[in-house]
Design a protein around this ligand. Structure first.
Ligand code: CTP
Length: 403
């Protein structure tokens, strides 16, 4: 997503400037080309040479530059940038940006760029909460400039509260989302289900499975990055919903997942059912905790609705993708599900293989297409597999189908 994209990073005079060094490293690692532009006070905290080494690009500052060369450099940077980060952003730069002041290299470049600007505030909590700063932030947002929410906690100034530089991974994820907005799933609505479902027995016990939700969350993350309006319907997991979701719907039971899916499937372009839905739930759920004394040791189960089957029955324009986890007759079982549930393709885990399945970060799958084509994919990270799956989904979208 970030590969070969040009990210301009404006660094201003906050103690959090040192965190931008790591931020630039992460952007470079993700394949971006980065050029840093520093204000005079930023140079009091960090030497430009540090950013030059990390970004592998000359750093633009106000110091020691011949006017003609910096004039050219800043206009070029304004034009080249795919996205323009101001990180960290002090109350001062936010005020200047809101007022349209251009009295140094950074503010002049910001006024000249057409790239999306993302401002990452980092300052003392009182400065952040000051009504004037808040008014300026509102003004930036009104003018299409993004301002990320700062984190909360201990601040370098000794105070505690809102004003911390946000988590670096969140900033990088946000940039990926912005860049993804121009890409292949723009204007598409993707519905993804993830995680296990949890079927209560009594107020303290439940039936569930080993699904971690990692595959579904990776799919949601990548779908967002590729520009899709993404709805994630998820059973209980330990994962943080990815930034940039159109909607996040947490559910517990298969019945609740069924309802949520049925509410949202109609205008979806793509539905990916990566959730491990419990096939059974308890017929007579106890309202009080079951005591071992006197319990007859039998729990009567009933079948849950098969959500994917129902979607297959109702399917119209939607590209419909299922998952299957098998331990025997892997291909033939999955082929049967593919046909029975009217899917475009099904992604099959062979649970017997090392590196495949629920909890890990990798997966080994086969993809069975409705025309009989069987693809065997090598072991790969779930985040990479998510992109592979979305590449295939893309080719099934109505406008991309071969005639
Ligand atoms: N699925 C679903 N609703 C269910 C059960 C499964 O939507 N009640 C979906 C899963 O999200 C997955 C696919 O169906 O995409 C296959 O799930 P799996 O449990 O492997 O298959 P089942 O149809 O339950 O068949 P079996 O239990 O015979 O393996």
């Amino acid at each position: 997503m970030l590969k070969d994209k040009f990210v301009a990073v404006g660094v201003t005079g906050s103690i959090a400037a040192y965190k931008s060094i790591q931020l630039v490293r992460l952007l470079k690692k993700a394949g971006a080309r980065v050029q840093v532009i520093m204000t005079k006070s930023a140079c009091e905290f960090i030497k430009p040479l540090t950013f030059q080494v990390i970004s592998q690009n000359p750093v633009i500052t106000d110091m020691f530059e011949h006017p003609v060369s910096w004039e050219v450099a800043h206009v070029a940077l304004a034009d080249k940038a795919d996205v323009f980060l101001v990180a960290p952003a002090t109350a001062n730069i936010i005020a200047k940006m809101a007022a349209g002041i251009a009295d140094d290299m950074l503010t002049s470049t910001l006024l000249a760029t057409k790239a999306t600007i993302v401002t990452v505030p980092a300052m003392n909590v009182k400065m952040y909460e000051n009504a004037i700063t808040q008014r300026n932030i509102k003004c930036l947002r009104k003018n299409g400039i993004e301002v990320l929410e700062p984190g909360e906690g201990d601040l370098a100034c000794g105070y505690s509260g809102k004003g911390r530089f946000p988590e670096l991974d969140d900033i990088v994820a946000h940039i990926k989302i912005i860049l993804g907005k121009n890409s292949d799933f723009k204007y598409k609505k993707i519905l993804i289900t993830a995680g296990p479902t949890r079927e209560p027995i009594d107020p303290v016990r439940f039936i569930t499975n080993h699904s971690s939700g990692k595959m579904g969350y990776a799919l949601a993350e990548k779908a967002i990055q590729r520009g899709a309006n993404t709805i994630l319907i998820s059973g209980p997991t330990n994962l943080k919903p990815p930034l940039g979701l159109y909607k996040y719907i947490p559910i517990e039971t298969a019945e609740e997942m069924f309802k949520a899916v049925m509410e949202h499937y109609l205008d979806a372009d793509v539905i990916i059912k990566s959730a491990a839905v419990a096939d059974f739930s308890v017929k007579h759920q106890e309202t009080e905790k079951i005591k071992k004394q006197g319990f007859n040791m039998n729990i009567e189960l009933k079948k849950n609705p098969d959500i994917l089957q129902e979607l297959g029955n109702r399917k119209k324009q939607q590209v419909l993708i299922g998952f299957a986890a098998e331990t025997t007759r892997v291909v033939s079982n999955a082929q049967d599900k593919l046909k029975r549930k009217n899917l475009d393709f099904i992604v099959v885990n062979d649970l017997a293989q090392e590196g495949a399945g629920f909890a890990g970060d990798t997966n080994i799958v086969k993809i069975l297409h409705k025309d009989g084509w069987v693809e065997e994919l090598p072991k790969m990270l779930k985040v990479d597999l998510a992109n592979e799956i979305l590449d295939r989904v893309y080719s099934y979208l109505p406008q991309n189908r071969a005639l």
